[in-house]
Ligand binder design. Structure first.
Ligand SMILES: Cc1ncsc1CCOP(=O)(O)O
Ligand SMILES: C=C1C=NC(C(F)(F)F)=NC1=N
Ligand SMILES: [Mg+2]
Length: 217
């Protein structure tokens, strides 16, 4: 089911229960799927993050929705949960479990994404068998409190020029207005949390991201 590689243009929605304000997260996810997101990542963080059986049930509910739309369901950080519910993939950061060890645990058919901030880290991710790398924050973001300073587009440009075949996902402060810069830098996808999760009309907002990708960008 999972599309092993990230096909351009990927609208990669990322969300946790803390990102949808007063709206129910599953309603927001359903609307984002209706709008045509190509990938979904469950990233459950923050003071009131779900844990244990509640998190497992919520993850299963998200997974079920994604399956109905044929969209890969990826879990952030939590390798145990990803294995337990047979998610389509996992996304890990530099401070999480070693990418090579995670790839070994998941096997070759799951999607493995790694956050990187340099060509060196991208090289390590490639060596570990990553299917894509996330680079950011590209623009200022208020969603991740400990985000590094905006790397701008230079990070994407440098990784794409060194590893033209490695799918790169830009992340951090991306909106339909600035997304075309991310495409122009060569990214295969844009990862978005608040611009979609907090939109008035979620499905419409996703469509705006798709329109921001002009053929041949
Ligand atoms: C998880 C993460 N990693 C770098 S920036 C960021 C947050 C992106 O959230 P938003 O799309 O709301 O800026
Ligand atoms: C910190 C992150 C960086 N990049 C990505 C992705 F968009 F999936 F590549 N996800 C994250 N959680
Ligand atoms: Mg992490």
């Amino acid at each position: 089911m999972a599309l092993k590689f990230i096909n351009k243009p990927s609208i990669y929605f990322i969300m946790g229960t803390e990102n949808t304000g007063t709206r129910h997260p599953l309603t927001v996810l359903k609307e984002a799927l209706e709008g045509g997101i190509s990938h979904f990542q469950l990233r459950e963080k923050g003071q009131f993050a779900l844990t244990g059986d509640e998190l497992k049930q919520f993850a299963k509910d998200c997974q079920q929705l994604c399956r109905a739309y044929g969209v890969p369901f990826i879990i952030n950080d939590d390798v145990e949960l990803a294995e337990e519910i047979n998610a389509d993939g996992i996304h890990i950061g530099q401070e999480d479990e070693e990418a090579a060890a995670v790839r070994k645990r998941l096997g070759p058919d799951k999607i493995l994404g790694v956050s990187v901030h340099s060509v060196q880290e991208a090289a390590e991710a490639v060596g570990a068998g990553a299917d894509y790398v996330g680079m950011g924050p590209v623009f200022p973001t208020y969603t991740k409190s400990d985000a590094k300073k905006p790397a701008g587009l230079v990070g994407i440009l440098s990784v794409k020029s060194t590893y033209p075949n490695l799918p790169v996902i830009g992340i951090g402060g991306i909106t339909p207005e600035n997304a075309e810069n991310v495409w122009a830098a060569g990214a295969e996808g844009v990862a978005v949390i608040s611009s979609i999760a907090q939109a008035e009309d979620v499905a419409h907002q996703v469509k705006l991201f798709s329109h921001s990708y002009k053929k041949g960008a």
